[in-house]
Design a protein around this ligand. Structure first.
Ligand code: CAO
Length: 416
């Protein structure tokens, strides 16, 4: 487990119960560790960015004797799971599972944990359950604060769309003078989400990838999104192209369920997944992450947009939890937001297919009458597991997906 660059305390600081101590990042999620005690920080066992070991002391806290506890030093240990510390709270006779950070989030927003449905293991209440509960209450998409602090619910009139990504980061800084090299090599451990990428991509190497590319004319969709964007904005949601790409993929998967499947390790059985949990590759400060929109087959385009806003807000704040990051069944990667036309996406095992989207460009094309017009063109690149998916299936799926996007009104026929 790696201690990420955010630490909220230093030696000598006074802390109270539930005060943030630091943020840790594992290869699955990052989470804020809070103090279990009132007291004074006497020793920090790790420097920033060092690997902290599960079960080993993280900080020594001298406990305040006046609070009726032993004045000896006590330690806060690195939890076995970064996301789900095993803490209990008794509510109305039954145990509610939630981490101290989640309980603090609930407390600061005046939410009774007994009213929140936990979606974690054994019904544990996760941070996103609280955020979802708040969002439902207020109709707002809550942008998490940069430090992972708790933002009070907004009144209805103040609903806001998810925080836009830090655009500044995408723009390369102008280099005004020649780069100076220090002349020293630097070696650093691979940690956090990068570690997950090593694991997943090494496993993906075992899959024989089949590639298939095509060009999509998004002229109608670009116009449709322009029309719908202000309506979504009024409802507090930013509507990008992704929700349409995702919904069209789900409609396609209904016809070609083999693409929403997984193959067991010995390649003896294929499992067709009932849920379309569509992963979205996300470029974040912490690295590449792929949270997924759950059960797209039963979601409207608006619901997908709203969920994507939530995932993007949590993703850019480094606060996505295990539930959002696991259980994907099919993936789309919109690298076109950064640039490029065709790419060669790598399948995320145990999934069997992935699509990557290039940038939308205005290019001359011919219409049915042979006249040149300004078309909004995007390229798509699919990769599929050739052990169970043949090229013809991938091509037919791609044709269907393309037809929905080139004539977005046709999606209405198949929406439930
Ligand atoms: N071409 C051109 N413009 C595009 C586009 C495309 N393919 N896709 C989206 N855009 C536009 C959007 O419409 C939006 O413009 P407006 O502000 O005018 O509405 C702008 O780009 C920014 O979009 P966004 O990033 O806010 O939202 P999104 O839903 O389109 O994309 C996400 C979300 C998470 C896919 C994207 O932010 C991202 O991280 N992309 C990179 C994915 C990546 O790294 N893939 C590689 C994986 S393998 O290493």
């Amino acid at each position: 487990m790696c201690l990420e660059c955010k630490r909220y305390i230093k030696e000598g600081d006074s802390v109270s119960q539930f005060d943030s101590i630091c943020e840790v990042q594992s290869d699955k999620a990052s989470v804020t560790i809070t103090s279990r005690y009132d007291g004074i920080i006497r020793k920090l066992h790790y420097n920033l960015d060092e690997i902290a070991y599960v079960g080993k002391p993280l900080v020594d806290i001298e406990i305040d004797a006046s609070k009726g506890v032993s004045p000896e030093e006590d330690v806060v240990e690195t939890p076995p799971m970064s996301h789900e510390e095993h803490t209990h709270q008794e509510i109305k006779g039954h145990k509610t599972l939630a981490t101290p950070a989640v309980r603090r989030l609930a407390m600061e927003n005046n939410i009774k944990l007994s009213e929140v449905v936990g979606t974690g293991k054994d019904n544990r209440i996760l941070k996103e359950d609280i955020l979802n509960y708040l969002a439902k209450q207020t109709g707002a998409i809550l942008p998490p604060s940069p430090k992972g602090e708790i933002i009070p619910p907004l009144p209805k009139s103040e609903t806001v769309p998810a925080a836009p990504k830090d655009k500044a980061r995408k723009t390369p800084l102008p280099v005004s003078r020649p780069l100076v090299f220090s002349g020293k090599d630097k070696t650093e451990p691979i940690t956090g989400f990068h570690k997950a990428m090593v694991k997943t991509m090494s496993a993906a190497l075992k899959i024989p990838h089949f590639g298939y590319c095509d060009e999509i004319d998004l002229t109608q969709l670009v116009q449709l999104r322009e029309d719908l964007k202000p309506l979504a904005q009024i409802r507090g949601v930013k509507l990008s192209f992704m929700p349409f790409f995702i919904k069209a993929a789900s409609l396609g998967l209904l016809q070609y369920p083999i693409l929403n499947a997984s193959l067991d390790e010995s390649c003896q059985n294929v499992t067709y997944k009932a849920s379309h949990n569509i992963g979205v590759a996300m470029d974040t400060e912490q690295g590449l992450i792929v949270p997924n929109v759950k059960n797209v087959q039963v979601c409207s385009v608006f619901e997908i947009a709203s969920e994507l806003n939530r995932l993007q807000a949590l993703g850019s704040a480094g606060q996505l939890g295990t539930n959002d990051l696991t259980g994907g069944t099919f993936t789309l990667s919109n690298i076109g937001t950064i640039g490029g036309t065709y790419t060669k996406p790598v399948i995320l095992p145990p999934e069997v297919a992935i699509g990557a989207l290039g940038k939308i460009q205005i290019l001359p094309r011919f219409n049915g009458k042979g006249e040149v017009f300004k078309a909004q063109i995007m390229n798509v690149s699919w990769s599929a597991d050739h052990r169970i998916i043949d090229g013809a299936t991938m091509a037919r799926f791609s044709n269907l997906w393309k037809s929905y996007l080139e004539n977005p009104a046709s999606m209405l026929l198949d929406l439930k």
